[in-house]
Ligand binder design. Sequence first.
Ligand SMILES: [Zn+2]
Length: 115
Amino acid sequence: MKKPIVSKKVTLTQLEYFVVSNGYSMEDTEFVELARKKILLSKTNPNPDDTQEFMITPFKCVFCGKTFENQFPNNAAPFRDGYCCGECNRKIKLAGFDLKAELKKDIEEREKNNG
Ligand SMILES: [Zn+2]
């Protein structure tokens, strides 16, 4: 018999959502600061402290095979079909790709264009 999938609602700020859905933790202050700047610079979503309800659906990571019930899945493409956990996302998918550096570059470019 298939285990029922239980989704739950969590209320997060835009900032928290950006951070955790990218596989980072709120304790990573450098990433949190970059995320805040990135949100402030985006036109669609200007307030990082606005809260919103998000659904979390349990998923099985296609890389490590563990089931996660309390985190947002990351798309495992282009390596595999399905979803992976934040840790595997950083270790495997983002290997050789520095998201922090990308964010810094993006923020600098936007700030240049705004000024
Ligand atoms: Zn994993």
